[in-house]
Design a protein around this ligand. Structure first.
Ligand code: GCW
Length: 903
């Protein structure tokens, strides 16, 4: 047996194995244990770096030694990045290894394209048919030295091969037996950023843009380089940097030069720049009198613009288009179709190898809500299906995963099966617009997996969505028609300069709206698991959400098995929990859809043209989308799936109310009535959220303390906000249906003392809108003269004249209790609160968490818990609130529960 190195011990002898000439399945026989430190963590500084995400290289605990020296065989910039990353990664991973100086690992890791490897080492059996962007890893020996070979189908493949190797090491996988060959499932793997030139970001929850500020591209593009590195590590090859609600000025000559700097910064990491364009640009910035896509002047304008772009950015990826949607201009203004518009842009890009990602998110947001047949969910299919076959070869129709808009639960968009002669991409959202905005832990990979794996049964055969968007199902080569020679110019999928004659990959792909910003990429540490998972699934949609969660946790947090087990469990349960407490049975997220998209606001979906209706009334709930009696949406699916959804008896419970309108007493497959399911799932979801905080608490001391604290604070907040959601939806449906909760919870809150029932000094009772966002619909507001914000920094003195007071007398049993204070923390000021027992302060805290909405609502209803307070009958409890700005220290209730019952 070969000796093994021990942690921090004197290096035992390690020996180089006799490695046979490279053949699949042969392996290095040297074993040694490397114990490593987080070397690169020393680079942690205030700068925004990839280490803050998953590229930490935290130390290798696997068994196999790999050579410490890395060498690129070629001179291309991607290969240089690959070799540098490898060196950096190995150095980090091997930091504390007792094997470092041992001659046994004196071989090298060589990186290069398959062609380069073959040229340098003709004796090695490197596969000569590696796919574009694919790689092959294996051990070999040359002149008595161990060689670890990373061979790429092209330069990008080299880069991805290096990251694959580092990932295996960073997740402690044994690399003794490599012989690993992989290539991406689909050529388009892009992130879309919705950044505006002024530096703001649409639907972003992580600070300001890393790309723009004050109308210009930022001088400091260091975070962009780090971002591109992160993207490369998960195989992402394109980045669209501006909002799909596109600012036309980005296409002017000056801005294009600035954008070229971004492209140059991302290029060494194989990430190509793409831009969103306003279809009206020829008129808005080009001085033309029209933007009609069939106007020859307009077509020439786009052709000239494309040429100008490619002169500055030779590997420019292409355009993303949002047109005729939510107020954006579009071809319909000229009686033209989406295909007309897409093809005009495609013709301009085609000579240069660019693609058009034309979004199918086209719908009328002025729908007539009185019309029972009107249905926003139908729009994408109704508009795009008839255009199938009319799109140019380098157009990809980009469709959101569901027919509405990134809700916590939707069925798969039927359009994926409705375009057989068109390349397609699926759009997902990493930024958690409707799924808790990064304040809630929601790991989205399980949801994406359900979509990717869903079998649409197009043409009566197995057609999972992941194969449709990879171009496999309908044989969609990107940039060419089925049946055309597979050797012509390849607009996408190869590197500039790489041979353009290899097999052409099937086209299509996945695009994620990422929303990264300057606040630690996604603003919340655990939210980064979503970005990571997106890249991994775009590379290989057959990976499981759970294994991706494990990979990410090991690289980002710790490889301590207990930590991995706990974090993976939390991640995997987080989406079902969120769905449970926000909107079950396919009702969609019951949020404020015309405002923040964050807190509960059930009626906001109704009686407006946006079309996210759930049609709840006192008798029943759900949107009838059947062919027989409803909007006919169910009929847009291929027959087998249409049949499944059409019938109440086969429609899955989780989508029941998306497809059917039923009475509250309707029994689900689970045996529960709809109303009881609404009650139960909300209590269950809120309890799951509370459990996340308890689970995380078990990790204290096992993980980085700063990370521990940051995540803990968020989870405690989430547990409180899940209760806001629970209570809003439960009390709303209790009132609407009039049907009590079998378990007696709805409308009964043990230990809850309403603020409006307290003895009030200064506070005035107000109605909260929507009513369901406050317990009993009411709260108390302190509208008297306010203190300047700076005064809030000092501790609140009981009896402070500027405070308002709500006071109760405790009449329960003596004992120790947790006291939850539920208050509203609207944006625009930072109020302060104190909890006072028998005229003695026991706790004080500041509000000002920067939550959505400037008025008290479920967006900003917040819970503060003071644990373990000793109470006896007759005690006086007060909450004192000091308002500031538009934050009127609005108080909803206090809730007193036995200390043992709540964590
Ligand atoms: O869901 C909506 C978002 C908009 C977004 C739009 C889209 C960029 O609320 O902010 O606009 O989707 O996807 O185009």
């Amino acid at each position: 047996m070969p000796p093994k190195c021990q942690a921090h011990s004197t290096p035992p002898e390690c020996r180089v194995p006799q490695v046979p000439l490279l053949r699949p399945g042969k392996s290095l026989t040297i074993f040694c244990r490397l114990f490593l430190t987080v070397l690169l963590a020393s680079s942690l500084s205030t700068a925004q770096t990839a280490d803050q995400a998953w590229l930490r290289y935290p130390g290798y605990h696997g068994r196999t030694v790999i050579p410490l020296k890395a060498r690129a065989l070629g001179h291309g910039s991607l290969e240089q990045s690959a070799a540098q990353e490898l060196q950096r990664g190995i150095t980090g991973l091997a930091g504390a290894s007792s094997c470092i100086s041992n001659s046994a690992i004196n071989g090298e890791t060589i990186v290069g394209t398959a062609e380069e490897v073959h040229k340098a080492y003709p004796e090695l059996a490197v596969p000569n048919d590696l796919e574009p962007e694919g790689y092959w890893l294996d051990w070999a020996e040359s002149k008595g030295h161990a060689l670890l070979v990373v061979a790429g189908g092209d330069q990008r493949g080299v880069l991805y091969g290096v990251f694959a190797l580092l990932r295996r090491l960073a997740t402690d996988q044994d690399v003794t037996h490599l012989n690993l060959r992989s290539h991406p499932a689909m050529p388009i793997r892009w992130v879309d950023e919705w950044d505006n030139p002024d530096g703001s970001i649409e639907r972003d929850y992580a600070g300001r843009s890393i790309f723009f500020e004050g109308g210009q591209v930022r001088q400091d593009l260091a975070p962009v380089a780090e971002y591109a590195r992160l993207l490369a590590s998960i195989g992402i090859n394109g980045c669209n940097v501006n909002n799909v609600n596109a600012a036309p000025q980005l296409l002017d000559a000056d801005h294009l030069k600035q954008l070229a700097r971004i492209a140059n910064t991302m290029r060494p990491w194989g990430v190509r720049l793409a831009l969103s364009v306003d279809i009206a640009s020829p008129q808005k910035i080009g001085g033309l009198s029209t933007y009609d896509p069939l106007d020859p002047g307009v077509q020439s304008w786009w052709a000239a613009k494309a040429a100008e772009i490619y002169a500055l950015i030779p590997d420019f990826a292409g355009f993303t288009v949002k047109a005729d949607s939510e107020g954006q201009p579009g071809p319909s203004s000229f009686g033209r179709t989406s295909a007309d518009a897409a093809n005009t842009l495609a013709a301009a890009l085609a000579p240069h190898g660019g693609v058009v990602l034309y979004r199918a998110f086209v719908y009328n947001h002025h729908l007539d809500w009185h019309d029972p047949k009107a249905d926003r969910a139908r729009a994408a299919y109704d508009i795009f299906h008839p255009l199938d076959g009319k799109f140019a070869a380098n157009v990809v129709v980009q469709t959101k995963e569901g027919p509405i808009d990134f809700q916590a639960r939707e069925p798969v968009s039927p359009l994926f099966a409705g375009l057989e002669q068109t390349s397609q991409a699926m759009e997902l959202q990493v930024t958690q617009e409707y799924t808790g905005q990064q304040r809630h832990l929601v790991y989205l990979a399980p949801m994406w997996k359900q979509v990717l794996d869903f079998d649409l049964r197009a043409d009566g055969r197995s057609t999972p969505v992941k194969e449709i968007i990879a171009g496999k199902t309908f044989h969609r080569p990107l940039g060419g028609n089925p049946g055309s020679p597979r050797t012509g110019p390849r607009p996408w999928g190869g590197n500039p300069g790489s041979p353009r004659t290899g097999p052409r990959p099937w086209g299509g792909g996945m695009v994620a709206v990422a929303g990264v910003g300057r606040d630690a990429w996604l603003g919340s540490p655990l939210a980064l698991a979503n970005l990571y998972a997106f890249g991994r699934l775009a590379w290989d949609p057959n990976l499981s959400a759970e294994e991706i969660a494990g990979e990410w946790t090991r690289q980002t947090i710790s490889s301590d098995p207990e930590v991995v087990r706990t974090v993976v469990k939390m991640l995997m349960q987080s989406w079902p929990a969120y769905e449970n407490y926000t909107g079950p049975l396919g009702m969609q997220t019951l949020t404020d859809i015309t405002g923040s998209h964050y807190g509960p606001n059930i009626e906001s979906s109704e009686n407006n043209g946006w079309g996210q209706w759930h049609r709840a009334d006192h008798l029943g709930v759900g949107m009838d989308r059947t062919v027989a009696t409803g909007t006919g949406y169910a009929g847009q699916y291929p027959p087998e799936v249409a049949k499944l959804y059409e019938s109440l008896s086969t429609c899955p419970d989780e989508l029941l109310l998306f497809f059917h309108h039923v009475p509250y007493t309707y029994r689900l497959h689970s045996g529960k009535t709809v109303i009881q399911h609404i009650y139960d799932s909300h209590y269950e979801g809120a309890e799951q959220a509370a459990q996340f905080a308890r689970d995380w608490a078990t990790l204290e001391g096992r993980i980085d303390q700063t990370l521990y604290q940051q995540v803990r604070d968020r989870l405690v907040y989430q547990a409180g906000h899940a209760i806001v959601w629970r209570d809003a939806i439960v009390q709303y449906f209790l009132k609407l249906s009039g049907i009590p909760d079998e378990k007696g919870r709805a409308g009964h809150y043990p230990g809850r003392l309403e603020a409006e029932d307290a003895r009030l000094t200064g506070y005035k009772v107000i109605d909260v809108t929507p009513w369901e966002d406050a317990s009993g619909g009411k709260a108390v507001s302190c509208d008297q003269p306010q203190v300047p914000p700076e005064a809030l920094a000092s501790p609140i003195v009981p009896g402070n004249l500027t405070s308002c007071t709500a006071e109760w007398t405790w009449s329960g049993a003596p004992g120790r209790y947790n006291i939850a204070v539920q208050y509203f923390d609207p944006a625009g000021g930072g109020a302060a609160f104190s909890l006072v027992l028998n005229h003695q302060g026991v706790d004080s805290w500041a509000a000002g968490a920067n939550l959505p909405s400037t008025r008290p609502s479920g967006d900003n209803s917040t819970r503060h818990i003071t644990p373990n307070v000793s109470l006896k009958p007759g005690d006086t409890l007060e909450v004192r609130g000091i308002p500031s700005g538009s934050n009127h220290a609005v108080l909803d209730y206090i809730e007193i529960t036995p200390a043992a019952a709540v964590p």
